[in-house]
Design a protein around this ligand. Structure first.
Ligand code: TEU
Ligand code: CA
Length: 550
């Protein structure tokens, strides 16, 4: 492992610009709003921002539908403001990761506008077109991830185009080398502006073979990424993180092994999708099973121990809030949010905090489907209710897993609209903002915020937290996630009670009786272990000690 890579001990913070901070009072978050909160992020201690897309976009999928990669969405600001954001972040030691969305563009991108005009357009082959079947039906049965067919008939030229997401997000044709060239030019243009790297949207789809029904992990995928690396970010000291829903540990290793010159790391989702129903997916959630969760964490920590690198996250802009999904967002909200933070940040990899996680923001439960804004949620609601699923059953799934759980405005204050905006926001605020907000968190030395601040600081100062070998403890315990990290003669022992019960455990030989320095805890600090350990509801702590040489 090369210890000189700056992102090994970095902590990232994800911003969803539409929902973060609105500076000009139109109800929509913007770049000026982000700039106004950089001091807050510096106080948290993070040194990397993953910025969800801010490019010019008709916002069919809140910016994941880009119509101009070289400009900023009008509602978010200007290119000059983006440059100011990069510069202002830099003076605070913060780098900015841009969201690279190149599986598809918007249908309003100039390439697609030209492509659809005629079969002889120079951009026709930038996208994926197929003739209709003899009866006029689409070329095949493939479905879009947002519901409905993956094929959209375009009457101008009488052919279908392919879209894995909404019909306003036509897929680029990565079999056309001109697409790659155009994307490299754009990536280098942003790299020259001094960005810290890229988060790469659904990168695993780039090698797809549509006619054979191969979507993820297509045969050309890794050569596409290697060439992209060589032609663009490989020439800069930046971080790249790919979004890869179907990566196995072996595939993740392939992406993130530095010898392969592909990506710094990938986001993998096995710990997320484990509660999705095998057939009905996220709309019919299954109960959380800690033993299964622990096996998944263990598997990934072990597989990438020596080669490759993990990213660590509990939530993002597509996922429910961590404290609601894995903790208790009622009685033990504060304890369980801190426990989840500790459990994640002591693992090996680069942690990503999603906006609002650091104050323990929770899922939202709107009663009315009209209050939801997310295209995926709305499409599936319509599709399934038409197919006979009841409103109540659909709302149960939406409350658990709608992407809007993550997208309600950030809570800055107890004032109207949570201090996010002076105007009614584009999506309703979570009504619990008077209790859960940044202003309150900053005034309370025991807040979740300061717990995160401490974790971020510890990672900067403790090589054992970054490079230590991970080893599992109490593998069979159904309520407690525990592990050690060991580096040279130092060791950190971490216990996390994932339940609302107090739990007493018999400690294994290796940790019995040890004493050391309690690095962090969410109850009174524990410095000394006996033969048994009792953990309070959601209690967690990390103990740092020196190993005596045998
Ligand atoms: O997400 C990829 C993706 O597959 C999602 O649609 C995912 O399946 C879903 O959100 C899980 O609930 C990325 C972005 O993160 C997402 O916001 C975009 O909508 C999507 O790509 C299209 O760009
Ligand atoms: Ca605004």
């Amino acid at each position: 492992m090369n210890p000189s890579l700056w992102w090994h001990n970095a902590v990232a913070y994800q911003i969803y610009p539409r929902s973060f901070a609105d500076a000009n009072g139109d109800g929509i978050g913007d770049i000026a709003g982000i700039i106004s909160k950089l001091d807050y992020l510096q106080k948290l201690g993070i040194n990397l921002i993953w910025l969800s897309p801010v490019f010019r976009s008709p916002m069919d999928d809140n910016g994941y539908d880009i119509s101009d990669y070289y400009d900023i969405a009008t509602e978010f600001g200007t290119l000059a403001e983006m440059e100011t954001l990069i510069a202002e972040a830099k003076t605070r030691g913060i780098r900015i990761l841009m969201d690279l969305v190149v599986n598809h563009t918007s249908d309003e991108h100039a390439w697609f506008v030209s492509a659809r005009q005629s079969k002889t357009s120079p951009y026709r082959d930038f996208y994926i077109w197929r003739p209709a079947n003899a009866d006029g039906s689409p070329p095949n049965e493939q479905r879009s991830f947002f519901g409905g067919s993956a094929w959209q008939f375009d009457p101008l030229t009488g052919e279908y185009y392919y879209h894995l997401f909404s019909k306003k997000q036509p897929d680029l044709n990565w079999e056309n080398p001109q697409v790659a060239e155009a994307v490299y030019t754009m990536m280098n243009w942003w790299l020259e502006k001094g960005i810290g790297g890229f988060r790469m949207d659904v990168i695993e789809l780039l090698g797809k073979e549509v006619d054979r029904g191969i979507l993820s992990n297509g045969p050309r995928l890794h050569s596409i990424i290697q060439e992209m690396c060589r032609r663009t970010y490989g020439n800069y000291d930046v971080l790249t993180v790919g979004e890869t829903w179907s990566a196995t540990p072996e595939i993740a290793k392939q992406y993130s092994d530095p010898a392969n010159h592909e990506l710094s790391m990938v986001f993998t989702f096995e710990h997320i999708t484990m509660v999705w129903h095998p057939e009905h997916g996220k709309w019919q959630p299954m109960p959380f099973d800690l033993l299964k969760f622990k096996q998944i964490i263990h598997k990934w920590q072990t597989a990438l121990a020596d080669v490759g690198w993990n990213s660590l996250f509990w939530n993002n802009h597509d996922l429910p809030r961590a404290v609601s999904k894995y903790g208790d967002d009622g009685k033990y909200r504060v304890e369980s949010a801190k426990m989840l933070a500790t459990a994640l940040h002591f693992l090996k990899g680069t942690p990503y905090i999603y906006q609002g996680e650091e104050i323990g923001m929770t899922n939202v439960q709107f009663d009315d489907i009209e209050d939801y804004q997310d295209i995926e949620t709305l499409n599936f609601y319509a599709e399934r209710v038409t197919a006979g699923v009841t409103h109540d059953a659909m709302m149960t799934g939406i409350h658990a897993n709608s992407r809007d759980n993550a997208r309600t405005p950030m809570h800055w204050q107890a004032s109207p609209h949570a201090g996010f905006s002076t105007h009614t926001p584009w999506i309703a605020v979570n009504p619990n903002y008077p209790q859960i907000n940044v202003e309150k968190a900053l005034q309370d030395p025991n807040s979740i915020f300061y717990h995160y601040q401490k974790l971020v600081q510890l990672r900067k100062n403790l090589p054992v937290m970054v490079y230590g070998r991970y080893s599992e403890l109490l593998a069979e315990h159904p309520q407690v996630l525990a592990y050690t990290r060991t580096w040279q003669n130092e060791q950190i022992v971490v216990f996390n009670n994932f339940s609302g019960d107090s739990v007493t455990i018999d400690l294994p030989a290796g940790v019995r009786g040890l004493h050391g320095q309690c690095l962090i805890s969410n109850y009174a600090p524990t410095q000394q272990l006996g033969e048994r350990l009792t953990l309070q509801p959601y209690e967690s702590f990390a103990l740092h000690h020196r190993l005596t040489t045998p």
